[in-house]
Design a protein around this ligand. Sequence first.
Ligand code: F3S
Length: 440
Amino acid sequence: MDKGGEVSLPWPDDPAEEAAPELYLTREEREMLHGRSGDAVRRAMEIVVGLGRVFGARALVPVVSSQVAGVSYLNLGDAGLQFLGEWRDSGARVRIPTMLNPAGMDLQAWEEQGVPRAFALRQREVVDTYVAMGIRPTCSCTPYLLGNVPAPGEHLAWSESSAVSFANSILGARTNREGGPSALASAIVGRTANYGLHLDEYRLASSVVEVACEVESLADFGALGYIVGRLVRNGVPYFRFRRRPRALKGWDGGGLPGEPALSALKQLGAAMAASGAVALYHIDGLTPEARAGGALASKAESIIVDDLSPGYEGLNSSVRRIDLVSIGCPHASLAEIERVAALLSGRRVASELWVTTARATRDGAVSRGLVERIEAAGAKVVADTCLVVSPMKLLGYRSLATNSAKMAFYARSHQGLQVRFGTTERCIDAAVRGTWEWRS
Ligand code: F3S
């Protein structure tokens, strides 16, 4: 989701309380801070250094990529757009590969989406402003599916909470959950403050989660994440599955997982980042730091999850009529789009059904004939956007079904929609019937 201004620390959550050490800056960094590289860089350095001082960092650290949230005009408004425009006009340019989080609309098909023209023009202006600073308008929450796969140990400045979780946990890279302005500032100066999840000690697990029940579907991974996120808040959970989920069986833990592990892990991390503020988790024997040993803190608390139904109950309302079905939170992979196409085969939707994904993934789905098959059923594959940051009220939707625990969580809390949460199959059935027919 588009978190324009949030910076949150992992457990333990207040290192600044311990001491206020000096923040060491190199000569080049000091010069940037004093405006020798221009006003835009000075402003960016002030943000990075300011955060470093607040969180007790001892130094800055170079970052290899940035991912900037704060893209939807719905969240930015005119004040945010003006702020970005001023920064651009003062000469702001990124110096490392930088990508954008989802915008508030499909940048090409906004009219078909029903987005009002006034909103669309402002949204376009936001994206153009970022592009003028040298940022790739990927408009996606899954940069790791778009060729940006950081290596273990690399430092990043990423904003989107589910992407942060994926980069830290599955890829073993290092990033705090940056706010939009701080990620942009890091992209401009190529550095971030070295605190929180950039440091070994904050990457140790604070709780061991024994999963004693079966975890099968993508929705099950989301329900598990929802439960654990609520329990551990901004902690670092270490999962032990009593029985390894089928979705994780073909994954040996190295690099970017293939399917179905990829989609399952996206759901798990996204849900924990939404119901809590989990930015890093480990899975026994699988994730990079768990495989390397030493990911557990000695005082880690113990949690047992033996039933996923509280997760399903917590995310479901009693609404029956479904206006819109959402698949693709986090943005859908090609395999997920293919699954939707297969489930819709020979059927026609009664509700709206949107599969949200990155533009490049959509292009791939077009060339494989998947978009054509989905559209033949009356559904849409929508790029560049996320329902949580789209003007849903203006579009007139009141109820939503989804296979994503994160979407279920935010559609209710941020968009005020009545929500149903369940498996992909149930969501597609609901789109075809126009109603939700199951108890949870
Ligand atoms: Fe992505 Fe939006 Fe979900 S940013 S993770 S589709 S809430």
